[in-house]
Design a protein around this ligand. Sequence first.
Ligand code: UDP
Length: 237
Amino acid sequence: MKKEMLYEGKAKKVFATEDPNLCIVDYKDDATAFNGLKKGSIVGKGVVNNRLTNHFMRLLDKEGIPTHFVEELSERETLVKRVTIIPLEVIVRNIAAGSLAKRLGLEEGHVMSRPVIEYCYKDDSLGDPMVNDYHILAMNIATAEELNTISGYSLKINEYLRDYLLKHGIVLVDFKLEFGKLPDGTIVLADEISPDTCRFWDSESNEKLDKDRFRRDLGGVEEAYQEVYRRILGEGN
Ligand code: UDP
């Protein structure tokens, strides 16, 4: 079923299939941070991220968010609709952490009075610079209507996942989304939703259960990924 490799990213490979409208994503254990400056491996991460992403995509689809998800093929591989990725990282934040805390002088853990959306232009050679609506429209990265759809979906995804995760003992601090366009122009949620792309804190202890453990050399990286998996997909869930 897998044909030629179309793309190899930092955490995933993408393969063509016999159907030009579908491709297969294969999740790796490789981990990078700080725009590729820090490299390593998180054993079992590919399985956790593949299965968690698919679980979230199925739930979001039921909530009326169109996604690229088609079918889980194996523990690391998923069949998805082929899309043209809109070169934006859409970041939604509920609690100040990481670059937001640093930039605005907020203490990590400061609860924002409402969700914040930020956009970064996906270009590794530029270090994914932050852009606003005006840049996006002026650079023709998306139309006003597309951007409206993207921000609306992002806020809805945030509300849904925030409540869902809290029921599983996890605070959704912030996360990054990517959207793609189908050949007919429909905007769908693409990429992944995982401990690589979200900040997850334990709701009682605020312990970090995400890639910050790798970024900041906190130890217990594999265990954190497995713990999120267990809370969301473990027996009885
Ligand atoms: N994020 C991501 N990929 C990126 C940059 C950020 O998935 O290339 C996620 C990150 O995991 C966090 C959120 O987006 O959940 C906000 O990240 P931030 O801007 O604070 O950047 P960081 O401090 O993580 O570099």
